[in-house]
Design a protein around this ligand. Sequence first.
Ligand code: M6R
Length: 604
Amino acid sequence: MCGIIGYVGKRKALPILLQGLKRLEYRGYDSAGVALLERGGICVVRRAGKIALLEEELSGKTFEAFCGIGHTRWATHGIPADHNAHPHTDCRKTLALVHNGIIENYRALREKLLSEGHRFFSETDSEVIAHLLEGSGPPLKRILHVLPLLEGSYALCILFADEPGVLYGVRRFSPLILGVGEGEHFLASDVPAFLEHTRHAVFLEDGEIVRVSHDGWEVFSEEGERQEKTVTVVPWDPVSAERGGFKHFMLKEIHEEPRVFEDTIAGRVNLARGEVTFEELEDFSGEYNRVVVVACGTACHAGMLGKMYLEDFVRIPVDVEYASEFRYRDPLVGEKTLVVAISQSGETADTLRAVELARKKGAQVLAVCNVLGSSLTRLAHWTVYTRAGLEIGVASTKAFLAQMTVLLLFALFWGRKRGTVSPETLASVLFEIPTIPRKLHALLAKENDVHALAKEFYLFKDFLYLGRGLYYPLALEGALKLKEISYIHAEGLAAGEMKHGPIALIEPDVASFVLVGQGERRLKVLGNIEEIKARRGKVIALCDEGDVEVLEKADYTLEIPKTLEPCSPLLAIVPLQLFAYYVALEKGCDVDQPRNLAKSVTVE
Ligand code: M6R
């Protein structure tokens, strides 16, 4: 995790580095630091805590450098402390580097370096790289010599005192992107870090090294051979990296959901022809006998919903696995398996490794991803973009809505292709789809009701989220949202499982958030509400508008506009996300940067 940035150009580097680091702060915020190449040599300033503290440390100091690197950290090796903050240097301060990733063999390397007389200043794995690079000779040659010694994952940004005005970037299993400006260049873990300066980007591949100066850049392989690369124009608008009047990115991103839905379906749903199309899937034959979904966290919850859509509409067996489990087994996938990998960032290490394993076993991979050109999209045979736009809040919201939308459309598309979805069934869903943005707006307009409810519940210590069918993955997601930003214990459950154990937890100070749903399951869930009430538990129920029975039974209700059952998760998610947001707000938690978390988990 961690965010890294580098700048070389004609402007003063420090403000650009700090601004870029703020854009990357979602990747980690335990400590931060910068290294600048000043006249007198390399100057490093670093500080435990958020970037604001680093800014405090830097205030009043003047730096002239036009070239520098910066880092915001999510601690893996070594506690968050000043001395463990990046950048790290060699003993003689001839170079400075920032690292995102993990050097797995750092202990052995450190022992060897210590025995050779190197002195270490931190407990990090990253510092060994600085010591290994110490020496003389052309920096590129030194880098090429050191890389084969490193095991693990790394994106590095390095500056050498004896090659002023030049930065090196290296990528292996951690993202690194080159931003190409006019008379200036940027290196960063993610595009938003330089989006205000340029939309021209070069996505580096694993094993590539880039050398950048203010007026040029070259990419090399690990063997030192020059590589041809293309410059991509990133479609994101810099304004999307601002909070735009909202108190938090998370709230802004929830409010973007109606537009995200429209963007996600654009060009894919054709009402007049009664069709769902994906131009990305022109050569998708659909000739598989099984689907395995791999993903983590929120993306995995979308995958669980995707299983239900695919099994219902395509009549194909689907397994859903946490990527972190899948990759350490010997999973039964082969040529007849379609692996669907879901990821907002496209950089989640567990998901990437799971996809690599699936590919090795002969499976074909369809990525459902939000970030253009990310590592996942380069590993997959097909990518369907979720088009949610830049998501900055650590708690994923609009990307989840877009993932659910893509999975619903994909199941309909494949079902039509396979003949398991009739034109009538497809038409009924397609006619509902244009109503969704209006219904999402209606839900957002009732935000104050959710806030009022949050005020009643923010002091509760335990929550159960219960749902059946399509609402079971939503129960898991509702619970995840609450725990990650408000630090309240919350458990998502298949409502039918409650009587097999969790019912023992029910007492007056345990809150149950019950997702009522439609169809034959509705009555069963009403039964669950009765069971909780009989044990004096508090019930918040989420139900369809005008469901009088639920209004009578539950202590509190949140209603969603009526819709077709397959579309109901697209609406039900909004009150769940808003509830988590407002509970966290009432508790005074740091919503966009919750403790211990980072948005992209690029370590295993
Ligand atoms: O970028 P990805 O979708 O691959 O990320 C997967 C999870 O790390 C992510 O969904 C995480 O659970 C979020 N913090 C959820 O809000």
